[in-house]
Design a protein around this ligand. Structure first.
Ligand SMILES: [Zn+2]
Length: 264
C-alpha cells in the first residue's frame, strides 16, 4: 500500500523517470496519454486487491466463485485488453454491488450474484466492470486529483495500527466511489459489446439496471457509527442516462422516455 501511495501521489517522480506514454486504447478508440504503464497499473492493482482481500471477506462457496470466474473469463477472452490477467472474486456482502481495480481485478458482492436471475444478468455487471478496466477509468481517476485524495485516504487507513472496527473497510470503500458519468456510460456501452461478443444476452443489462435501481430504493445503507455503505446507486449513479446509453449501444437509438429522463 505504501509504495502504491508513493507511486500515485508523486507524478513528479514518474515524470523524472520519463514515464509519459501514449497508446491507442482499443476500448475507448482514442489515443491516450498516461504516466502509468500497464506494468505499473498491474502492480498497483495487485496491491490494492490484496488490501481489499484483507479488509473484506471472500465467500466460502466454491461453486459460486467458480461461476463468477467462468463468466468473467469468457468476457475477458473477448475484451479490448486481453494482455491483462483478469481475476474475479465474490465478496461476502449482501449489498448488490460490484467494483473493479486497475490491472483487471473484479469483485462482485454475494448480494449481487443472488439478485441476478441468470448468467446473462451477471455477465452484464461483470462486463461493465471489465469495461472500466479496459477503458482504464481507474488509472485515469488515480492520475487525477480525486485519485490523489483517495490514495491519501487509503494510506491514512493503512497507517492505523491494530483493529479499528469502524475504520475497517475504509480503503475498500474509498475504492468504490463513483466514476464520472462519462465513464459509467462508456462502461455500459463496452458491456453491451463484450456480452454480445461472448454470446450472452446484452438485453439483460437493461433489466438488471432497473432491478438494482429498485433494490437500492428499498434499502437503507447506514451502518453503526454513521458509516454509509457504498451501495449501487452511490457507486453507479446516472441510471436514466445509462439506460439511454445501453439502448443506443443495443438498438442504435434510445426511446423518447429515456431522452426525457436524461438531464442533457
Ligand atoms: Zn461502473
Amino acid at each position: 500500500m505504501r509504495s502504491a501511495t508513493i507511486l500515485l501521489v508523486s507524478p513528479a517522480a514518474s515524470l523524472l523517470a520519463g514515464c509519459i506514454g501514449t497508446n491507442f486504447n482499443l476500448a475507448t478508440q482514442r489515443q491516450e496519454y498516461s504516466i502509468t504503464s500497464t506494468a505499473k497499473e498491474v502492480e498497483v492493482g495487485r496491491k490494492l486487491a490484496a488490501q481489499v482481500e484483507r479488509e473484506l471477506t471472500l465467500v466460502q462457496d466454491e461453486p459460486m466463485q467458480e461461476r463468477v470466474r467462468q463468466i468473467g473469463q469468457r468476457l475477458a477472452a473477448v475484451c479490448d485488453r486481453r494482455e491483462l490477467v483478469y481475476s474475479f472474486a465474490v465478496v461476502k456482502d449482501d449489498e448488490a454491488n460490484a467494483f473493479s481495480l486497475p490491472g483487471g481485478y473484479v469483485f462482485v458482492n454475494e448480494g449481487l450474484v443472488k439478485l441476478a436471475a441468470n448468467d446473462d444478468e451477471l455477465a452484464g455487471v461483470i462486463a461493465h466492470e471489465i469495461g472500466h478496466v479496459t477503458a482504464r477509468h481507474a488509472v485515469k481517476r488515480f492520475e487525477s486529483q480525486l485519485g490523489v485524495q483517495l490514495i491519501q485516504l487509503a494510506s491514512l487507513a493503512a497507517a492505523r495500527q491494530g483493529p479499528a472496527p469502524q475504520g475497517v473497510g475504509i480503503t475498500a470503500q474509498s475504492l468504490q466511489l463513483a466514476y464520472a458519468r462519462q465513464d459509467e456510460l462508456e462502461a455500459d456501452q463496452l458491456a453491451v459489446k463484450y456480452t454480445k461478443a461472448a454470446g450472452y444476452d446484452p438485453n439483460a443489462i437493461l433489466k438488471f439496471l432497473d432491478k438494482m435501481h429498485d433494490e437500492d430504493r428499498k434499502r437503507t445503507h447506514y451502518m453503526p457509527g454513521g458509516v454509509v455503505r457504498p451501495n449501487y446507486a452511490m457507486t453507479h449513479p446516472f441510471v436514466p442516462e445509462r439506460r439511454r446509453a445501453v439502448k443506443e449501444a443495443l438498438f442504435g437509438v434510445a426511446d423518447y422516455m429515456d431522452y426525457l429522463n436524461s438531464p442533457q
